[in-house]
Design a protein around this ligand. Structure first.
Ligand SMILES: [Zn+2]
Length: 140
């Protein structure tokens, strides 16, 4: 274990199990119908405990980002520079994450992103995002 690995307990286990299979999960409230992230055991909007897991589309847009050039916490020290980002998921929740496989120069606020998962050694698959490759000239 390193300091940067997520805590996995009985509550968050479904989230990490889904991540291992390449799916991002959100928590959605049956009382007010709003999804949220990160996962909580009750709805942060109406406090209902009638909250269940739903699979997210993995689509998001870039809200803001920061290139991190120094981080002494393992494993980040081996990874710098990296792009720490906040993204708006298509379902609504805002999520802190990392942008991978992307030059900083191409990053734009509002650009479309898609979820991918980083696997390192024995650790859990961690959801990160990459830019959407627009193929062809037919984007609308
Ligand atoms: Zn609610």
């Amino acid at each position: 274990m390193t300091a940067a690995e997520p805590d996995i307990d009985a509550f968050t286990r479904p989230y990490w199990d889904a991540a291992a299979e390449g799916h991002l999960l959100l928590r959605r409230c049956r009382a007010c119908a709003r999804p949220h992230h990160y996962p909580r055991e009750f709805c942060p909007y109406c406090w209902s405990e009638d909250v269940h897991w739903v699979r997210a589309s993995g689509r998001a847009t870039l809200y803001t980002w920061s290139v991190v050039h120094r981080n002494d916490l393992p494993p980040f020290g081996d990874r710098v520079p990296y792009v720490a980002a906040v993204v708006d998921l298509a379902e609504g929740p805002r999520m802190m994450t990392e942008i991978v496989d992307c030059e900083e120069a191409v990053l734009r606020i509002g650009m479309p992103l898609t979820a991918t998962f980083r696997r390192e050694g024995e650790g859990p698959a961690v959801p990160v995002f990459r830019t959407v490759q627009l193929s062809g000239a037919t984007q609308s």
